[in-house]
Design a protein around this ligand. Structure first.
Ligand SMILES: [Zn+2]
Length: 289
């Protein structure tokens, strides 16, 4: 199976580069990505657009919307993008929306990313209304950061999956992806998924660490039970997506960890076909199987 990784990063963010070199032991560059993907049979990846204007300023209120991929000017052919929204910039700079629309029209844009919690705005804030309108017009899914933030600047209450419900209910025309299954609120995410058919979740970022620690965590029964419960609640194999959050975890160990977590007869869907359905622009570039 040609795996699709629906959540990675490919942006010049100081704290990501730091984590890659100090914690996850990942080469956070184009060659490191190519090598890791080739070793693990990952055919394509979707990177969540993000930028910072000063090293260490992520989440940066000065970053221009849309936030894009700026780790390397050479973008690999198998890399797709969900440009990121900075609500501060969107609310104060009239040109931001038109610039976002232009990037959304690009063929390799496959969704939109909201950094809920990182930016202290509820996703129901009216600043996002034009973003939802564009997402509907262009039939693009909206990926929302869910759960703990990888920055002390974040506010968790805006990243709690249940805080998304009013927006989800108000936009049945949209497809939502809750990132990191809202960790540690996976059961809340599963409850949202059971109630709202247009909600999906990705399995990225459940562990941000090195390969040895991932292998050790994989043997902890309590953790396995906790992380499997949301998957098994109402058993919706069509709603879960594989993502690695590379470079915050090494691809090989993380992929093995998620393969063990996900029931084997769901693998085709979780590691590939759900991604082709949710991020439907991928179909322009990729075979169905
Ligand atoms: Zn991420």
């Amino acid at each position: 199976m040609q795996i699709i990784d629906t959540h990675i990063h490919f942006s010049n963010i100081h704290s990501f580069a730091d984590t890659a070199s100090q914690i996850s032991q990942v080469d956070y560059n184009l060659e490191g990505l190519r090598k890791g993907q080739a070793e693990q049979g990952i055919a394509a990846a979707i990177a969540m657009g993000l930028t910072e204007t000063e090293p260490g300023s992520f989440p940066d209120d000065q970053a221009a919307t849309p936030m894009i991929l700026d780790l390397d000017r050479r973008l690999p052919d198998n890399l797709y993008c969900c440009p990121g929204i900075n609500p501060y910039d969107l609310s104060r700079r009239p040109a931001a929306l038109a610039e976002l629309a232009l990037v959304l029209e690009q063929a390799r844009t496959v969704g939109i990313k909201l950094y809920a919690g990182y930016y202290p705005f509820p996703i129901s804030d009216p600043v996002f209304d034009p973003v939802y309108r564009l997402a509907a017009e262009m039939e693009l899914p909206v990926v929302v950061h869910g759960g703990v933030t990888y920055s002390p600047k974040g506010l968790l209450r805006y990243a709690h999956p249940l805080s998304f419900e009013e927006t989800i209910a108000a936009h049945p025309e949209l497809t939502f992806v809750i990132a990191h299954m809202g960790e540690p609120w996976g059961m809340d995410t599963a409850a949202l998924m059971s109630k709202h058919p247009h909600v999906h979740a990705d399995l990225s970022g459940l562990l941000v660490t090195d390969a040895a620690t991932i292998r050790r965590k994989a043997t902890q029964l309590e953790e396995r039970i906790r992380l499997r419960q949301p998957l098994l609640f109402e058993e919706r194999p069509d709603r879960w997506l594989f993502g690695s959050d590379w470079p915050l975890a090494p691809l090989g160990a993380y992929l093995a960890f998620i393969k063990e977590l996900v029931p084997e007869d769901w693998h085709q869907m979780v590691f590939r076909t759900n991604a082709l359905r949710v991020f439907s622009r991928l179909n322009r570039f990729m075979p169905q199987r």
